[in-house]
Design a protein around this ligand. Structure first.
Ligand SMILES: Nc1ncnc2c1ncn2[C@@H]1O[C@H](COP(=O)(O)OP(=O)(O)OP(=O)(O)O)[C@@H](O)[C@H]1O
Ligand SMILES: [Mg+2]
Length: 231
């Protein structure tokens, strides 16, 4: 059974229909990429999952249950943690307080403050500092750490590489692979080809709010992937 599926979802913000019949799924332990140019509706998939955008047709399937008006807690409860585009760090809370927000869904597992500080020592060193002063890379660590605090079985990442230096993106690629090897499914919404190639095994291409293509990444050249993104 998939951890998450969209079944022919039409989604709107007010009168504006952004997603048209979007269908995809992520199985346990899978590494799935969602690609597409700016403004095609990638973040709207996340927003629909969270209940920020409205579903007009179709359904979201979480752990086998169909939902036609999802709320944020439904995804969280079924073990999905989301790293929002732009990271969503609360600047006036300390790093530790930001991390603890992720633990508000009480799911058992190996991730706790100590485990996150082992993974990202800089966060432990600065645990009492406000989120405000972190660099882009450190903010992304904090956002990922906060998501891991929920002990997710699916981690949804919305353009995690945005604004980060190549060396940091390399570290993220290694981390996402490692998390997947340990059993956490990854849904990677990205435009960075290198990151997609290093992390994902399967992909969906979104264009104008519709999935126009999907398949396996194995055997696909960088140029072919680039062409898909610019559909
Ligand atoms: N809250 C909102 N209310 C109304 N329209 C919105 C809202 N958020 C996004 N949109 C519109 O929905 C469309 C899809 O936006 P979305 O943010 O999903 O794209 P995206 O693929 O994530 O783009 P990017 O790569 O720039 O992050 C755009 O036309 C955008 O203007
Ligand atoms: Mg987006």
């Amino acid at each position: 059974m998939p951890l998450l599926a969209f079944d022919h979802v039409d989604a709107t913000y007010g009168q504006a229909r952004i997603l048209h019949g979007v269908t995809f799924h992520v199985d346990p332990g899978e590494r799935v990429a969602v690609l597409g140019r700016n403004g095609v509706g990638k973040t709207t998939i996340v927003n629909t999952l969270c209940g920020v955008a409205d579903i007009q047709a179709g359904a979201i399937v979480l752990g086998g249950e169909r939902h036609t008006s999802p709320r944020h807690y439904l995804a969280a409860r079924s073990g999905i943690a989301i790293v929002l585009q732009g990271r969503g760090i609360l600047p006036n809370l300390t790093i530790e307080e930001n991390l603890l927000l992720g633990a508000s869904v009480d799911r058992p597992g190996r991730w706790d403050l100590g485990a996150v500080y082992d993974l990202f020592p800089i966060l432990g060193e600065r645990r009492q500092s406000p989120g405000l002063g972190l660099s882009g890379g450190q903010q992304q660590m904090l956002a990922i750490g906060r998501a891991l605090m929920a002990n997710p079985n699916l981690l949804v990442l919305d353009e995690p590489s945005e604004g980060l230096a190549p060396v940091i993106i390399d570290e993220l690629a290694d981390l996402f692979r490692r998390l997947a090897d340990e059993g956490t499914a990854i849904m990677l919404i990205e435009q960075n080809i290198g990151l997609i190639q290093r992390v994902a095994s399967r992909y969906y291409v979104l264009s104008k709010g519709t999935v126009v293509e999907s398949g396996d990444l194995a055997g696909m050249t960088t140029q072919q992937l680039q062409d898909h993104i610019t559909i």
